[in-house]
Design a protein around this ligand. Structure first.
Ligand code: UDP
Ligand code: MG
Length: 327
């Protein structure tokens, strides 16, 4: 288990932001409405932190004018850099593309819809100076989310933490500050299934939680629908636990034991009381049940096989069409 508590010896480690560089990673998918607002607030906050910074924006195959808005801002602020992906690869992959391009001593992925308040980065940096390698935001208030989303999220965290050795802190998102060492470890992970929350927890290091209230989206719409969230959850669980396929050996064993017991009962009864023809309903029930269980087992197997296939193909994680502002 990764222990996510504050380092006991934090006071012994003390770092200084002096002369250090902060890299922001901003994944953007159809965000034309909110980007100007985002840069305004982010830059205003960053200017007060006393560090040099770069803002690496990853345009994740947006179908609106996101790229044009990004380029306009790049013309205004040379600290902005743009990675233009060849199509929509999804937020997790966009983050990986961003991680690969950053050069800072501290790296902060942030949503551009202003649901991750840029002002919190001040606390992240303070935690980093005090010795934390990772300072991550914890949403203390999810009232901006619908009840269904909150309940399903809670169910997911519970399932994940029961099944996996890695402990996912409840309500932690991608919004966090990471030390360069942590980023390098993340970049070396070879898997193509980038369930970032899980990978962030998996790496360990000295991690510290910083609570904040998550506001609603400033503009635009969320691109996460339930089907996508469900697949995201499956990716997460299969990437960090093999319990869903291993469990079937035990289910099979239990069924076999049960079948032997039933056989014993039936044989004894037949010997004692003679042949007993009725029993069609119970046979049907057993048949359907075993059929369902087998399909579930094969299905879970398929989930893993499909993911092995994805990994084995070894395609690059993302394709970059253009880079702007990298000099
Ligand atoms: N995002 C992305 N690629 C996608 C979907 C989303 O880069 O395929 C970005 C999006 O632009 C935003 C962040 O990921 O900066 C979070 O997305 P969103 O607000 O839609 O998710 P939610 O806050 O609802 O979880
Ligand atoms: Mg959002």
């Amino acid at each position: 288990m990764t222990d996510l508590s504050a380092p006991s010896s934090a006071s012994e480690i003390s770092r200084s932001r002096e002369g250090k560089r902060l890299s922001i990673i901003a994944p953007c998918f159809n965000e034309q409405e909110v980007l100007d607002l985002f840069f305004n607030r982010l830059e205003a906050a960053l200017d007060t932190y006393g560090v040099d910074y770069e803002i690496v924006c990853v345009n994740d195959g947006s179908r609106d004018h996101t790229l044009a808005v990004l380029l306009r801002n790049l013309g205004r602020n040379p600290r902005i850099k743009i990675i233009d992906l060849a199509r929509n690869f999804g937020k997790e992959t966009a983050l990986s593309a961003g991680l690969d391009a950053t050069t800072g001593d501290m790296v902060v992925p942030i949503d551009v819809d202003l649901q991750d308040p840029p002002e919190l980065i001040a606390e992240f940096i303070a935690a980093w100076e005090a010795g934390a390698d990772v300072a991550y935001g914890i949403r203390i208030d999810r009232s901006a989310d619908t009840l269904v989303k909150r309940l399903t999220a809670q169910g997911f965290y519970r399932a994940f933490n029961t099944l996996s050795d890695v402990h996912l802190p409840y309500n932690a998102g991608d919004f966090r500050l990471m030390d360069r060492r942590v980023v390098e470890v993340l970049r070396q992970l070879p898997e193509r299934n980038r369930f970032m929350k899980g990978l962030f927890a998996w790496v360990g290091f000295r991690q510290i939680a910083i609570p904040y209230t998550r506001p609603e989206r400033a503009a635009g719409t969320s691109s996460w629908r339930y089907w996508r969230l469900w697949n995201f959850a499956l990716d997460g669980i299969t990437a960090f636990s093999t319990a869903p396929i291993r469990i079937w050996s035990y289910v099979g064993l239990a069924a076999a034991v049960l079948a032997f017991l039933c056989a014993g009962v039936i044989i004894t009864r037949t010997l004692l009381f003679g042949r007993d023809v009725p029993g069609y309903p119970s046979i049907m029930v057993l048949l359907l049940l075993s059929f369902g269980v087998q399909m579930l087992a094969i299905g879970s197997l398929g989930e893993y096989v499909a993911r092995i296939y994805e990994e084995v193909k070894g395609r690059p994680l993302y394709v970059v069409m253009n880079r702007y502002g990298f000099g």
